[in-house]
Design a protein around this ligand. Structure first.
Ligand SMILES: Nc1ncnc2c1ncn2[C@@H]1O[C@H](COP(=O)(O)OP(=O)(O)OP(=O)(O)O)[C@@H](O)[C@H]1O
Length: 254
């Protein structure tokens, strides 16, 4: 089981400090939510963990690995998968094809072995297919497996993106606004999926979310950010009651 430890990280874009001295720890098996007004720096944290943005100072560790020494693809290999604010799927491909791509994202490639379709490659393919079936069952997507993603309603596409990330077999899932664009009923469904992922697959979840309904239903811990700095951390109730968090929202755009 791996703990994600973010210690004193700062990220700057020219003169703009998007993150300043941010620290938090996500324990294995937790659902950990990052909240904060628009522009607070929430997505920047994800991009720092994914090694898309460079960090000026501090440390990010996942289990015994120092993520700041890894490339973005090596971060995925270490067991971290993510979804995006704007759904990123192959629109013209089916649900099944998208999920198989999700599995292959984490498999080690050896082109000669694949060309010769050696036993190790066959075993890998079988494992990928089993993983896809497990995820289709878990997220209740079997009936959509042969549908083209482009033909699905938004809520279903959001679920497929979650499924694709799970097919990589992550230990840690980074979810960027899983409830955005969902209606209240779909948001309730999403809260059940997240709890199933945590309880049945044992996957740790770090999510950025504006929807306090989803956060309240699922999060074990919450970190509140404003202007790139940590304002509060605690349970949902503790963070919601924190005066500094209320002030940050009143002063912010959310
Ligand atoms: N690639 C970039 N180049 C320049 N500035 C950036 C970049 N990425 C983020 N920023 C700036 O960093 C700050 C934090 O942005 P970030 O997207 O992390 O906020 P957020 O909390 O995720 O906001 P939202 O809730 O609106 O998605 C903002 O001022 C943003 O304009």
């Amino acid at each position: 089981m791996s703990t994600l430890s973010v210690q004193n990280i700062s990220v700057a874009f020219g003169g703009l400090r998007a993150l300043r001295d941010v620290s938090f720890t996500v324990e294995p098996g937790q659902i950990f939510a990052i909240i904060g007004p628009n522009g607070a720096g929430k997505s920047t944290i994800f991009n720092a963990i994914s090694r898309i943005y460079d960090v000026a100072g501090g440390a990010i560790r996942f289990g015994d690995r120092d993520l700041l020494t890894l490339r973005p693809d090596q971060v995925v290999q270490s067991g971290i998968a993510r979804t995006f604010q704007n759904i990123e799927l192959f629109e013209k491909a089916t649900v099944l094809q998208n999920l198989l791509v999700g599995c292959h994202g984490r498999m080690q490639r050896n082109l000669l072995a694949e060309f010769l379709f050696l036993p190790a490659v066959r075993r890998g393919e079988l494992a990928a297919r089993r993983k896809v079936e497990e995820v289709l069952d878990l997220l209740d997507l079997q009936h959509l497996r042969s549908e083209r993603v482009a033909d699905l309603p938004y809520g279903a596409r959001k679920n497929v993106e979650l499924a694709r990330a799970l097919c990589a077999g992550p230990k840690l899932l980074l979810l960027d606004e899983p409830a955005s664009g969902l209606n209240p009923e779909e948001t309730t469904d999403m809260s059940f999926w997240l709890k199933d992922i945590k309880e049945e697959l044992g996957v740790t979840i770090l999510m950025v979310e504006h929807d306090m309904n989803l956060v309240g239903r699922t999060a074990d811990r919450v970190l509140a950010l404003a202007n790139g700095e940590v304002v509060a951390e605690g349970t949902v109730a503790q963070v919601q009651a924190d005066r500094r968090v209320q002030d940050a929202y009143l002063g912010g755009a959310a």
